[in-house]
Design a protein around this ligand. Structure first.
Ligand SMILES: Cc1cc2nc3c(=O)[nH]c(=O)nc-3n(C[C@H](O)[C@H](O)[C@H](O)COP(=O)(O)OP(=O)(O)OC[C@H]3O[C@@H](n4cnc5c(N)ncnc54)[C@H](O)[C@@H]3O)c2cc1C
Length: 585
C-alpha cells in the first residue's frame, strides 16, 4: 500500500503564495484567522490522516462491514480512530459556535477533508455525511430540534445520514414513495424502504440522526410533494438521555466494488417516529442544502484519491528497475534504469500530477468563495453564491472523472503489480469509482451545470464566475500568459452565450462535453496564474517541478478542451438523430 503523505508543501503554496490567505481573511473580516493558524491546523490534520486512518485503509478494504444481529460492525480500528477524531475536535471544524462548533473558514477545513479522503475514503464518508447533516439542521431545523440534536451532531457524538434513494427512485426523486403520517403529538410516522444509505448504521456512536425524504398524505405528486424528516435511531428524552429504539432497522449491507469499509445499508422504516425539518412539501429544497455540500465534498473524494494514486505511482516509478532509458543509461551500477526515466512513464506521472494539482487549485479557489459566502453579506455574498453554484457541479464531476483516469494511470505505472491487490493501487480505482455516481451521477451534474446553472439563470452564474476568472487573468504579469488566459475566458464566454440560445434537447446532448470544456479551460487559467506566482516561491525545488507540471498541462492536457468544444458545437445532432431502433435493430 502506498504510504500517504499529505501534500503540505502544495497547500502552503496555494494558501500563502497563490491565494494570499492573510489578505483574504482581513478583507472578509474573518476574526482571529491567519495563515499561521491555517498551516498549524493542516499539520495536525496531516498527522491524523497519515498516522491514524491511512494505516486502516487496506485492512478496512479486506475486512469490510458485517451485519451482526441487525447491527453493523465496521472494520477493526475504525471506531477507535473516530473517537480520536471527535475527541480532537475535527468533526466540529465548521460548526456553529453557539453549538460548540469552531466556525473555521472553509479554506482551512477543505484541505483537511482532502487529506482524510486520500488516507481512507471509506472511513471519511461517515464524517462527511455528518457534516452535511449539520448544515441541513443548522439552516432548516426548528429551534426545538436544534436544541436537542445540533450540538451532538456537530461534536460527532452522533452521526448523520442522508436518505433519499429508494429501489425505484434514484435520480428521479419525484418517484419516491416513503410515507409520513402525522401523529397526534406533532411528530410523524415514517414508513418505507431506502436503499444505498451510507453509514445507515455503524458501531461508532450510540445514536444516529437520519434525514429522510418522505411524502405527507395528500401531498402533491412529484418533487413538490416531498418533505424532510429527522428520524433518530434511538428516541431522545427531554433531558437529552436516550430512550427506546425507534422503528428503523438495517435490512442488509450492500456488497460492492469499492469503499468496502463504508457500510452501505438497506434501511427499513416501519412507523418510525420522525420530526419535520423545514416546511411541509419543501423537503427537497432543504435536502439540497445537504446535497450541494455533499456534491463538492464528493469532488474532494476524487481529488484525495487522485493524490494518493499519484504518490503511490511516483514512489514505484523511482524504485522499479526495468529497461534502459532511451536518453542513455541512468543507473550504470544497476542492470536496468528506474522506469521513471521512461518518457511514457513520466507522461503518466505528469498527467496524474497536472490533473490533481490543477483540480486542487480549483478546490482552493472554491474554498475561498465559500469563505466569502460565510463571512460577508449583501451583494458580495450573493456574488459568491453564484460562483459556488456554477462551480459545484464542475468540481463534483470533473474531480471524480479525473480521479478515475488518474487512479487508472496509478495501476498502469505499476504494470501487472498494479492489478494485484497487495499494492493497494487497484483499491484506489475501486474506491473512487462510486464518486462518479453518488450525490447525482456526473451526467446529472452536467445537466445541472448547463440547465439550472447556465441557461435557467440566463448566464448570471456563469458571468459571476467569469468575473472572478477575469480578475485572476488580470493579475497575471507575463503578457503572453495573460493574453492566453483572456483568450480562454473569451472563448468560454462565447460558447456559453451560444448555449443560451439552444433548446433543452440540444443542451442535454452536449452537457457532459460542456462541463469538461469548462473544467479544462478554467483549470488552464488557474495553471497560468500559478505559473505566474511560482517564480517567486521560496521553495525552489518544489517550484521547479511544479512549473514543469503546469507547462505540461498547457501543452498536453488543455488541448482536450478543444475536443469537447467541438462536440458542444457540432455533436448534438449525432446524439439526437439516434432512435431506439438504431441500438437494438
Ligand atoms: C455506495 C453507494 C452509496 C450511496 N449512498 C447514498 C446515500 O447515503 N443516500 C442516498 O440517498 N443515496 C445514496 N446512494 C444512491 C446514489 O445517490 C444513486 O445510486 C445515484 O443517485 C443514481 O441513482 P440510481 O442508482 O437509481 O441510477 P438511475 O437514476 O437509475 O440512473 C441510471 C443512469 O441513467 C442516467 N439518468 C437517469 N436520469 C437521467 C436524466 N434525467 N438525465 C440524464 N441521465 C439520466 C444516470 O446518469 C445513470 O447513468 C448511494 C449509492 C451507492 C452505490
Amino acid at each position: 500500500m502506498p504510504q500517504y503523505q499529505a501534500p503540505l508543501t502544495d497547500f502552503a503554496f496555494l494558501l500563502n503564495d497563490w491565494l494570499q490567505i492573510d489578505e483574504h481573511y482581513q478583507r472578509i473580516n474573518a476574526a482571529g484567522m491567519d495563515s499561521e493558524l491555517a498551516l498549524e491546523v493542516l499539520n495536525q490534520g496531516a498527522k491524523f490522516a497519515e498516522g491514524e486512518i491511512a494505516p486502516l485503509n487496506q485492512s478496512g478494504d479486506e475486512q469490510g462491514c458485517r451485519l451482526v444481529d441487525g447491527n453493523v460492525a465496521t472494520p477493526d480500528g475504525f471506531a477507535a480512530a473516530y473517537h480520536t477524531y471527535i475527541a480532537n475536535g475535527w468533526n466540529a471544524m465548521l460548526g456553529d459556535p453557539n453549538y460548540d462548533g469552531q466556525d473555521l473558514p472553509y479554506s482551512i477545513a477543505i484541505p483537511v477533508h482532502e487529506m482524510l479522503n486520500s488516507a481512507n475514503l471509506s472511513w471519511r464518508l461517515t464524517t462527511m455525511l455528518t457534516e452535511s447533516t449539520v448544515l441541513a439542521l443548522t439552516k432548516h431545523a426548528s429551534q426545538a430540534l436544534k436544541d436537542i440534536y445540533l450540538a451532538k451532531v456537530i461534536s460527532g457524538e452522533w452521526t448523520g445520514t442522508m436518505n433519499l434513494t429508494e429501489p425505484h427512485a434514484g435520480t428521479d426523486l419525484s418517484l419516491l414513495s416513503t410515507k409520513a403520517d402525522p401523529n397526534d403529538d406533532g411528530s410523524y410516522a415514517i414508513t418505507g424502504n431506502k436503499i444505498f444509505i451510507t453509514a445507515g448504521d455503524q458501531d461508532w456512536t450510540n445514536n444516529i440522526v437520519h434525514l429522510v425524504l418522505a411524502r405527507l398524505p395528500n401531498a402533491p405528486a412529484g418533487v413538490k410533494g416531498i418533505s424532510l424528516f429527522l428520524v433518530p435511531k434511538f428516541m431522545v428524552n427531554a433531558d437529552g438521555s436516550l430512550g427506546a429504539k425507534n422503528s428503523v432497522s438495517v435490512g442488509s449491507i450492500e456488497h460492492k466494488m469499492g469503499i468496502k469499509g463504508s457500510p452501505t445499508c438497506v434501511m427499513n422504516y416501519d412507523d418510525a417516529i420522525g420530526y419535520l425539518v423545514g416546511e411541509e412539501n419543501a423537503g427537497l429544497a432543504c435536502m439540497f442544502t445537504m446535497m450541494n455540500d455533499a456534491r463538492f465534498q464528493v469532488g474532494l473524494q476524487g481529488l484525495g484519491i487522485a493524490e494518493a494514486s499519484y504518490q503511490g505511482a511516483l514512489t514505484y516509478a523511482v524504485e522499479r528497475l526495468q529497461s534502459r532509458a532511451p536518453q542513455g543509461i541512468q543507473a550504470p551500477e544497476q542492470k536496468a534504469d528506474p522506469i521513471v526515466f521512461q518518457p511514457d512513464v513520466r507522461r503518466m506521472l505528469l498527467t496524474q500530477r497536472a490533473l490533481t494539482e490543477g483540480s486542487r487549485a480549483l478546490s482552493m479557489l472554491y474554498a475561498k468563495f465559500m469563505d466569502i459566502e460565510k463571512y460577508t453579506d449583501g451583494e458580495e455574498q450573493a456574488h459568491a453564491d453564484h460562483v459556488i453554484a456554477y462551480l459545484t457541479p464542475v468540481c463534483k464531476a470533473f474531480f471524480t472523472d479525473m480521479a478515475t483516469e488518474v487512479s487508472n494511470y496509478g495501476i498502469q505505472v505499476y504494470g501487472g503489480h498494479g492489478y494485484i491487490r497487495e499494492w493497494g493501487m487497484e483499491q484506489l480505482v475501486r474506491d473512487t469509482r462510486i464518486a462518479q455516481i453518488y450525490e447525482g451521477t456526473n451526467g446529472i451534474q452536467a445537466a445541472d451545470l448547463i440547465g439550472r446553472k447556465l441557461t435557467r439563470s440566463n448566464g448570471t452564474m456563469m458571468q459571476a464566475t467569469h468575473d472572478v476568472f477575469t480578475d485572476i487573468a488580470n493579475n497575471i504579469t507575463v503578457a503572453a500568459n495573460q493574453q492566453q488566459a483572456h483568450a480562454l475566458l473569451a472563448e468560454w464566454h462565447n460558447l456559453s452565450q451560444a448555449l443560451l440560445e439552444a433548446n433543452a434537447e440540444h443542451c442535454a446532448a452536449v452537457a457532459c462535453d460542456y462541463l469538461n470544456y469548462v473544467s479544462y479551460t478554467l483549470i488552464g487559467v488557474l495553471w497560468l496564474s500559478m505559473l505566474d506566482t511560482l517564480p517567486n516561491t521560496a521553495n525552489r525545488a518544489y517550484a521547479k517541478g511544479k512549473i514543469k507540471t503546469g507547462e505540461f498541462y498547457l501543452s498536453n492536457l488543455l488541448p482536450r478542451a478543444q475536443l469537447h468544444k467541438q462536440a458542444v458545437e457540432q455533436g448534438a445532432n449525432a446524439v439526437n438523430a439516434t432512435e431506439l431502433s438504431d441500438f437494438i435493430g
